[in-house]
Design a protein around this ligand. Structure first.
Ligand code: GDP
Length: 295
């Protein structure tokens, strides 16, 4: 396991051989290799710095266990810390005490927000939880059509009011409809822009204040690498998120965005998108992601 990191540590571990303690001086080369591995996995620079100093503090003074190669011991410390920072276990979607649970989807255009809305609805449907999807992206009529088409495909109803209505009003009425029909979960797809934009944020905040969602999920494209950190910071500071969905993990990204998102927002990643198909959604598991990040 972690062959790539183990290879990198090959020369670093020679310094650890024969030592009975991992110390500040004999660990520096190893830390440098971990730093490089995390940056290559596209973890945000600031997040890497903080993480490395935590590892340093953890590893220092650790007794070298007899019969265990110190580099393997060190890798275990890094891996455990990574799993811990990403939350240890999978955190399921919140469920409101009184139906419906309201989930607000947020994120930039093109990240896979609309697809994730349908993926989530299908996932819940398979758990026998009924859903209603709400289309509030009035700026791109194609986005409404896309959700309607996906809804037909997965047999989940879509609430929409065309492209002339106010998105806040659509969201409000969508939740009302969900309540009236006794559905378990209402998922609100919102408009995204190519870049963070004040109007988009203001609208999202108004929708959030109006529908008081149980979950506000930020949809983050794993392929955006370092940018994922800025995106998370802005959305979390301005709107407040309770979780994230990391999409496009079927690509060649090493998934470092997962660490950045969790670290910056404190909110758990709940699902990962692993393909364009509507079935391509999986629960997020910190241990699997730690393995992927370490390569
Ligand atoms: P939105 O603008 O954020 O609503 O994004 P869309 O849901 O329309 O998705 C944008 C593009 O990304 C589409 O071509 C989707 O098929 C694709 N996409 C979404 N999620 C994934 C994923 O997990 N993996 C891959 N490979 N493509 C995805």
């Amino acid at each position: 396991m972690f062959d790539a990191l183990a290879d990198r540590l090959e020369s670093a571990w020679k310094k650890l051989r024969g030592q009975d303690k991992i110390s500040q001086s004999n660990i520096q080369d190893a830390l440098r290799e971990v730093r490089r591995a995390l940056l290559e996995a596209d973890v945000n620079l600031q997040v890497v710095k903080e993480f490395i100093s935590e590892i340093e503090a953890k590893a220092q003074g650790a007794e070298v266990i007899a019969g265990v190669r110190p580099d393997q011991q060190f890798i275990k410390i890094v891996y455990d810390e990574l799993v811990q920072v990403m939350g240890e276990t999978n955190v399921p979607l919140a469920q409101a005490e009184n139906k419906p649970t309201v989930v607000l989807m947020a994120g930039l255009q093109g990240t896979g927000k609309t697809t994730a809305t349908a993926k989530l609805a299908l996932h819940l449907r398979k758990l026998d939880r009924s859903c209603l999807m709400v289309a509030t992206d009035v700026y791109r009529p194609a986005a409404i059509d896309q959700l309607v088409t996906l809804g037909k495909q997965i047999e989940v109803p879509v609430f929409e009011m065309g492209s002339d209505a106010d998105p806040v009003e659509i969201a409000r009425q969508g939740v009302e409809r969900g309540k009236a029909e006794g559905v378990d979960t209402v998922i609100i797809d919102t408009a995204g822009r190519l870049q963070i934009d004040a109007d988009m944020m203001a609208e999202l905040i108004r929708i959030k204040q109006t529908v008081e969602p149980d979950e506000t999920l930020l949809v983050v494209d794993a392929m955006t690498g370092q940018e994922a950190a800025n995106l998370t910071r802005t959305f979390h500071e301005q709107v407040g998120i309770t979780g994230a969905i990391l999409t496009k993990l079927d690509g060649d990204s090493r998934g470092g965005a997962a660490l950045s998102v969790r670290r910056i927002s404190g909110a758990p990643i709940k699902f990962v998108g692993v393909g364009e198909k509507v079935e391509a959604l999986q629960p997020f598991y910190p241990d699997r992601m730690a393995s992927r990040i370490l390569g």
